[in-house]
Design a protein around this ligand. Structure first.
Ligand code: NIG
Ligand code: FE
Length: 409
């Protein structure tokens, strides 16, 4: 008698495997998938399913489209309060920078976040996680950056990690104390970098709370020298870095990120075309955040064609935050990436699967449908993967497969 089987076989579906170099979307029609212990054991055309899996329990997916579970690789979804008042102010003509410089913007969310209880922060974050999950998202990056003291920044990351206990998603946490200068440190940005951004990073890292270190390199954020000091320390601790760069102006932040071998540079509307080859050489991922472009009514487009020509991997994320990108639909971000930034629908899906995994340093365990990766998948009621970027709104998700288990949505 053979040993009982812990695995399972899925059949009767089309797979957009998103494996690079395997044709559009890495598409396999009439696909089969064997999962075991939460991992993909085998994936390919059903007629090729090896003998060994033929007597495993099987489930037919009725012709659905299956993609890797989506990955939102850039969010600020733990925060207190909201900034709907600033929406009205911007519509009235105030710029994002003007609002920030007059004490609103990030600082108003800092005040609301510091004032909120742990439970308030967790519950409001879970609502946004639920929105993302409805779009098939199973991996979410969450940044600190609305605490701006060591204690409050660490609290944000602890709450972010707690999300995993309440929802079937994986959370990656980024230390973003270098997001804005709190009033306590007015005129003392260098001291803030030392006393909070760096000292806090060391503590948060020791507490196991930091998957990556991020910063905001901008006139209303921090300069290159300050970010570089933070990155030197992060690198010494073995923590990967990433950067908000060239969102509002060209401070050469992305080039700095490339010099540090960063996982990603994010935003990039003001990235100079001549700097694009540096990003390609460094192999970092360019994270496109069209929700912020849209919400701020930006008109400067990131140099998409130059990135495409130079082979820079592009990811797409929501940037979910209460100010510049009040957006909790990753599919809408994909639609905007196509409509506003002229990504192809295939580039948009690569941007929320394979390239988003790379932006998180998690290419080994998610982002494509391949043996050895986690069996975290999205099962869609759509006829073709183009549909995921094309259709605006609606409930396109039929089910999710998490750790190999099937769950109706
Ligand atoms: O990614 N650019 C800096 N940080 C966020 C905005 C945060 C906010 O406005 O609260 C961003 O756009
Ligand atoms: Fe951001």
């Amino acid at each position: 008698m053979s040993a009982p089987v812990s695995g399972k076989v899925y059949r009767g579906f089309t797979a957009a495997t998103m494996v690079a170099g395997n044709g559009p979307y890495g598409l396999v029609s009439d696909a089969a998938l064997a999962v075991q212990d939460g991992l993909i054991a085998w994936a390919g055309p059903a007629p090729d399913l090896p003998q060994a899996y033929l007597d495993w329990p099987r489930q037919d997916l009725g012709g659905a489209l299956v993609t890797p579970a989506l990955i939102d690789c850039h969010t600020h979804l733990v925060f207190g309060g909201d900034r709907s008042n600033e929406f009205a102010m911007r519509l009235g003509g105030a710029s994002y920078e003007e609002i920030a410089r007059s004490g609103g913007g990030i600082m108003s969310t800092v005040a609301a976040t510091r004032a909120a209880s742990d439970d308030e922060l967790l519950q409001s974050a879970l609502r946004r996680v639920d929105d993302l999950m409805a779009d098939g998202v199973a991996v979410i990056e969450v940044k600190s950056g609305y605490g701006l003291t060591i204690e409050h920044e660490m609290r944000m990351l602890r709450i972010a990690r707690k999300i995993e206990r309440h929802r079937p998603v994986r959370i990656c946490t980024s230390w973003l104390a270098a997001h804005a200068l709190p009033p306590e440190y007015t005129g003392a940005a260098d001291r803030y970098i030392d006393e909070v951004a760096i000292a806090g990073m060391e503590q948060a890292h020791a507490a196991g709370l930091v998957d990556a270190v991020d910063g905001f390199c901008e006139g209303i954020g921090f300069n290159r020298a300050q970010i570089a000091r933070l990155f030197v320390k992060a690198t010494a601790l073995g923590i990967p870095v990433k950067l908000h760069a060239e969102q509002l102006s060209d401070l050469k932040g992305a080039v700095l990120a490339a010099e540090f071998g960063a996982l990603s540079a994010d935003h990039l509307e003001y990235l100079a075309e001549e700097d694009v080859p540096r990003l390609a050489e460094a192999g970092l991922v360019a994270v496109m955040l069209p929700g912020a472009y849209y919400a701020l009514r930006e008109t400067q487009l990131p140099p998409i064609e130059a990135m495409r020509v130079n082979g820079v991997a592009m990811a797409v994320a929501t940037d979910c935050n209460p100010g510049s990108s009040p957006l909790s639909s990753l599919r809408l971000a994909m639609n905007m990436a196509c409509t506003l930034f002229r990504l192809t629908p295939e580039e948009a899906l690569a941007g929320t699967t394979r390239n988003a995994a790379a932006a998180l340093g998690r290419s080994d365990d998610c982002g494509t449908i391949e043996p050895g990766k986690r069996a975290d998948l999205a099962v869609w009621n759509v006829p073709h993967p183009d549909f995921l970027s094309y259709w605006i709104g609606g409930n396109l998700l039929r089910a999710r497969i998490g750790d190999g288990e099937y769950h109706e949505r």
